[in-house]
Design a protein. Sequence first.
Length: 376
Amino acid sequence: MERRTSAVELLWDLVFVFAVTQVSTTMGRDLTWPSVGRSLLLLALVWWAWSAFVWAANAEDEDSRLLRVVLLVALVMMFLAGVALPSAFQGEAAVFVASYAAVRFLHLGIYVDVSRRGNASLSAIAGFAATVGLGMALLAIGAAVGGVGQVALWALAAAIDYAGPACLTRERLRGLQRVAVSHFAERYGLFIIIVLGESVVTIGTAATHREITASLLAAFAFALTITIALWWLYFDRTAAWAEQRLREADDPVLAAADAFSYLHLLLVTGVVLLAVGEKAAVADPAQSLPLAARLSLCGGVALYVIGYDAFKWRLGGRPSWLNGAAVAAMALLVVITEDLAAWAVCGLVSTTVVGLCAARTLGAARADHKYVAASG
C-alpha cells in the first residue's frame, strides 16, 4: 500500500507551523523553568494532535472526500487553538481546550470511517478512544480550575493521552492498521522540516530591523549553520534508511509508533528549544548569553541528537559514540561559555554539529566504498 502526502495534508500542516511558532515565541518570552515547562506541555499536545491525524490519514483511502472535509474543519479548529495557545494558562484555556478537543474527536471520527471500510481495527481504536476522552475531560476540568491545578491536570491529561496506544496490548496495537510506509515516513520527515523552518524564521525575525554589525552577521550565520547541520543529520541518509527499515520491519505498526510517534517528539522539542536559544543569541550577539539561553541553545541540539540516536536504534541501528560525544560537548559548552559573546557560543555549537555531520558522512562513505570493493 503506497501513497504520498496529499495537497490537503500539506495545507493542514500550515496551521502547525503557526502552532509551533506560537510555542517557541511563548517560551522565548520567559525562560524560567515553570514557563518552559508549560510551553513544552503545550508542544506535546500540539505534536500528539498532528501525529494522531497522520495515523488516521495513513489508513484512510487516498481519495477520501471525508478525510478532506475533516482535515479542513480540523484545520480551522487547530488554528483557533494556536491563537489561544500563548494565553492557554492565562485566561484563554477554555478556547484552547474546546478547539483542541474538537480536533482530537474529529480524528476519532476518521478512524471510525476507516474501520467501517475495513482499513483499521475498531476494537483497537475503541481502546485508545477511551483515553482520548478521559484526557480531553481532564483538560476541560483543568481549564476551569486554573493555576497550579490546571498545569497538573493538563500534564496528567497529556500523559494519559500518550499512554493510550501503549495501554493496548502489543498484539492489539500491532493489528491497528496496515501502514502505508512511504506516506508515513514522509509525513514525519515533513514535520521535521516544519520545525527546522520555524527556527529559520525565528533567526531571521530576530535579526530584522537591527543594525548590521560583524557580531550580528556572525551570530546569524552560525545559527543558520546549526539548523542546516541538523537538517543534514536527518535527511542526508537517515530519512531514506528509516523508511526502508520500516518497510522491512516485522511489526511496522509497533516500529512506527515507537520510532516516529514517540521518539520524534525528542527531535521536535530539541529544534524548538534550539530556536529559542538562537533567537536570544541573534537578538544580542555581542553580549554573553544567560544560562537559560545557553541551556536552550546547547540543550536543544543535545536533545535532538539524543532523539536521533534513539530513533535509529529503534529501527535497528546502533548507538553512535559520535552522537554521544556531541551530546557531551553540548553539556560542556553550557558550562565553559558563560563569559563568551553570544555569536561565539553559536560558533562553537555550529562547529561541533558540523563536525558531527562530517564525521558521519565520511564514515558512511568509507563503509559504502568497502561494500563496493567487497562486492566487486
